[in-house]
Design a protein around this ligand. Structure first.
Ligand code: ZN
Length: 248
């Protein structure tokens, strides 16, 4: 529990509080065994001592943006909700992870742009038990049918570390799973021809701050990075982000 105790847990999680703490403990116990897998869920753990499997993820493609489904066994978090044409887009990801809408407990929004939150209403309708979160400075700018829980750098949701990455928007956050090394960067980074690119100057409210936020992501030591725009990168990730940060 040492690693958990120094984190800034969200205290007002209602029914989710116990689950978050348990999952956080699981991450501490299995950081050497986890693996990020797009289509498989691998535990590698003694179920008698640690019931939580490692994180598996799936990409959900919209026409110009991606959302992500993150699952620990049958517990699910969605990161970003795409544009306002959700329809059946999540179905293939759910099937690959053997989960469904009723398993979705958390909906994390990286930032307020409409291509990332446009589907929020549909998603929350489909997942009525899910709690939704966004960076504190972006919450007021997001139209949501249910109250959004504000998050800040250092918070933890579903065993996922919230990393403040302001600049693209004031409240932009990225999401990192320490156990598997998966980083969901939103628009704090972009995928560019199989490599890691910096935030877009054209769409960032403060590009200097956005560039500075890349350094925070470099420090994570991620092994896989996925983006709002562009294809995931799964090799030389930490070194690529680090060299990018130094070039900006
Ligand atoms: Zn954006």
């Amino acid at each position: 529990m040492r690693r958990i105790s120094r984190r800034n847990f969200i205290t007002d999680l209602g029914r989710g509080t116990v689950g978050v703490v348990i999952l956080g403990a699981a991450v501490v116990g299995c950081s050497d065994d986890n693996e990020v897998a797009g289509s498989t869920t691998t535990s590698g753990l003694d179920p008698g001592t640690n019931p939580s499997p490692s994180l598996a993820w799936q990409r959900v493609s919209f026409s110009s943006v991606s959302a992500y489904v993150l699952a620990r066994g049958s517990e699910v978090a969605i990161v970003d909700t795409g544009t306002a044409d959700v329809g059946t887009r999540f179905d293939d990801a759910f099937a690959a992870l053997s989960v469904g809408w009723s398993d979705v407990d958390h909906v994390l929004l990286t930032h307020l742009h409409s291509d990332h939150v446009g589907g929020l209403g549909e998603v929350l309708d489909a997942a009525p038990e899910a709690k939704a979160y966004a960076g504190e400075a972006d919450v007021a700018g997001i139209d949501s049918p249910r109250a959004l829980t504000p998050v800040n750098d250092g918070d933890e949701v579903f065993g996922l570390q919230i990393v403040g990455t302001p600049g693209h928007t004031a409240g932009h956050v990225s999401v990192f799973d320490e156990g598997s090394g998966l980083l969901v960067a939103g628009d704090a980074l972009v995928g560019s021809d199989g490599s890691v690119g910096g935030p877009s100057p054209n769409f960032s409210v403060d590009i200097a701050e956005a560039n500075s936020s890349v350094a925070a992501l470099a420090d994570l030591g991620a092994s896989t990075v996925v983006f709002g725009h562009g294809d995931p990168v799964e090799s030389d990730v930490a070194a690529s982000i680090d060299s990018l940060a130094q070039s900006l």
